[in-house]
Design a protein around this ligand. Structure first.
Ligand SMILES: C[C@@](CO)(OP(=O)(O)O)[C@H](O)COP(=O)(O)OP(=O)(O)OC[C@H]1O[C@@H](n2ccc(N)nc2=O)[C@H](O)[C@@H]1O
Ligand SMILES: Nc1ncnc2c1ncn2[C@@H]1O[C@H](COP(=O)(O)OP(=O)(O)O)[C@@H](O)[C@H]1O
Length: 271
């Protein structure tokens, strides 16, 4: 029997860095949502571990213990065969590896019919939130999760096809004790959410731009298309823009693809 699972792109609509633990990990506050685009995985029981990868971003994805999917299976404690169709850019701030690992854990719980007894957090700070796969307020280093409600958001994701290693971006932070997020508004209308989002931040945006200046160009290009908000996700380099209507979103995506054919541009709905 094979289980098919979807590993959606993770988007940090906000990302506040509010402190640092003695072990070096940073304390975060983030509103995390998920896209309707992502990687696709097929997981089946097998006598030995095996990973095969195809898809537009297959190149450079490890097929051994370095793949987070492999480490997820080891954490679960069984061997499986995994086929990964890699549709998302990696080292991109949209949780590609973390979302794949979360999907493998979810698939293995279905396949073997018992829950994973080890902590998903040991695979990466983003894996627990990716296991939920829906709008969540995340804090701590990624272990404190509280469900939240948002209306579907029309967004365009843009990645200029440069890798941004997460540890390097955290190292580039100049201040680690930044103000916390303010309380999120009730989910009854998107206007209130957009207003609130505009007052929040991604504290990793400045160090990511310092590491890869093209991110500033992506953000300026998105801002020129009159979105409600344009910001970077995670540690970058993927940026998102939110639009009031699906028609505006699709028109913006079309313009971006024409102007910058070398960028990865995807219209999507975030929930
Ligand atoms: C920044 C975020 C925001 O959601 O997203 P991405 O940019 O990875 O998508 C995550 O916190 C990333 O989570 P994840 O990619 O799972 O991180 P991990 O593998 O646990 O850690 C990679 C490295 O990032 C740094 N790190 C990560 C999380 C955290 N709360 N503090 C940190 O300082 C550490 O230097 C660590 O060695
Ligand atoms: N399943 C996977 N998909 C993509 N990258 C992976 C995977 N497993 C391990 N990696 C490695 O993890 C690194 C970070 O990728 P990713 O998790 O997509 O980044 P980010 O944390 O920025 O979202 C990549 O450079 C790649 O070598």
């Amino acid at each position: 029997m094979a289980i098919e699972v979807f590993a959606p792109a993770k988007i940090n609509l906000t990302l506040h860095v509010t402190g640092q633990r003695p072990d070096g990990y940073h304390l975060l506050e983030s509103l995390v949502v998920f896209a309707d685009i992502g990687d696709q995985l097929r997981v089946s029981k097998s006598d030995e571990m095996q990973i095969t990868v195809d898809g537009p971003f297959a190149q450079g994805v490890p097929t051994d213990q370095r793949n987070l999917c492999w480490r997820a299976a080891e954490l679960f404690g069984e061997t499986v065969s995994i086929h990964l169709t890699k549709n998302l850019p990696h080292a991109a701030g949209i949780g590609g590896g973390s979302s794949d690992a979360a999907a493998v854990l979810n698939a293995m719980e279905q396949l073997f019919e018992w829950p994973c007894s080890a902590s998903a957090l040991s695979l990466g700070a983003d894996v627990p939130v990716c296991q939920r796969g829906r709008a969540t307020l995340m804090s701590g280093i990624g272990e404190t999760l509280s469900e939240t409600d948002i209306r579907p958001l029309d967004a365009v994701l843009v990645n200029p096809r440069v890798d941004v290693p997460t540890p390097q971006v955290f190292k580039g932070l100049t201040t680690k004790n930044n103000p916390a997020m303010t309380p999120m508004p009730a989910p009854d209308q998107n206007h209130a959410l957009w207003h609130w989002l505009a007052d929040q931040r991604n504290d990793l945006q400045a160090p990511a731009v310092a590491a890869q200046p093209i991110i500033a160009e992506v953000l300026a290009t998105l801002a020129s298309l009159n979105p409600q908000i344009a910001r970077m996700s995670g540690s970058g380099a993927t940026c998102f823009a939110l639009f009031e209507t699906r028609t505006q979103r699709d028109a913006a995506a079309q313009t971006l693809k024409q102007r910058n054919p070398e960028w990865w541009v995807e219209p999507t709905t975030l929930t």
